[in-house]
Design a binder for this molecule. Structure first.
Ligand SMILES: Cc1cc2nc3c(=O)[nH]c(=O)nc-3n(C[C@H](O)[C@H](O)[C@H](O)COP(=O)(O)O)c2cc1C
Length: 206
């Protein structure tokens, strides 16, 4: 199976703690037996300008941007969505990204939410994503989630940069959460194979 990590951080790559977390998650996924392929999509790369009508009108410039990433999403079996907290919100670039992609690409596929905070925060963006990012695309956030607090002190390459106790806890907890993601990925394949999911009359969620 293929799992794509979506990094929501808009910061420059040199500063993004969420990118550090995303890279760690990509490595951790490789040691999960269910995961054969991984892919990273990072808002640090600013993949899209803000949404405009050209998306729906199929303008060539938009198509050129959207199709390669859309193909990566469509061939994924599940996602990890890394969402840093910016003034208590999910990053605008991540919400913009979700305006671009649809139920045929990400619908009825499981996603693990990973909140990131440099302090004691990280819960608001996870709650926001659960509340308002899946109505029409039918992405399925799994019940298990991670919130990496004091993120500068964990998952660093050099041991001396880590808080040993917190770091060990999160590494173990990440493996636990990724294992659960794999079980949902296997189970939801069956749901998608049912051919009951797409109905033009009920094209969007309520
Ligand atoms: C614009 C901005 C707003 C932030 N607001 C919050 C906040 O409300 N709560 C919080 O816990 N951290 C906040 N932070 C700190 C982030 O948690 C910290 O920068 C973390 O590393 C974010 O991930 P990133 O480095 O990948 O962007 C904010 C950071 C930025 C850049």
């Amino acid at each position: 199976m293929k799992i794509t990590v979506i990094n929501g951080s808009m910061r420059h790559v040199e500063h993004s703690q969420s990118l550090k977390v995303s890279r760690y998650l990509l490595q951790a996924l490789k040691s999960q037996s269910y995961c054969r392929y991984t892919h990273l999509i990072s808002m640090t790369e600013k993949p899209y300008p803000l949404w405009n009508e050209g998306v729906w009108d199929g303008e060539p410039e938009w198509k050129a941007l959207l199709e390669p990433i859309g193909d990566e999403l469509a061939t994924s079996d599940g996602f990890v969505v890394v969402v840093p907290e910016y003034h208590g919100m999910a990053p605008a670039a991540l919400k913009n990204f979700l305006l671009m992609h649809n139920k045929y690409q990400i619908g009825h596929k499981p996603a693990l939410l990973v909140g990131v905070s440099s302090s004691d925060g990280g819960a608001y963006p996870v709650a926001e994503m659960r509340m308002s990012s899946t109505k029409n695309n039918r992405l399925c956030y799994i019940p298990e989630q991670l919130i990496l607090r004091h993120v500068e002190t964990v998952l660093n390459e050099k041991n001396e940069d880590n808080n040993a106790e917190a770091d060990a806890y999160f590494r173990e907890r990440i493996d636990f959460a990724l294992t659960i993601l794999g079980e949902y990925a296997k189970a939801l394949k069956q749901v998608r194979a049912s051919n009951t999911l797409h109905n033009e009359k009920f094209s969007n969620g309520m």
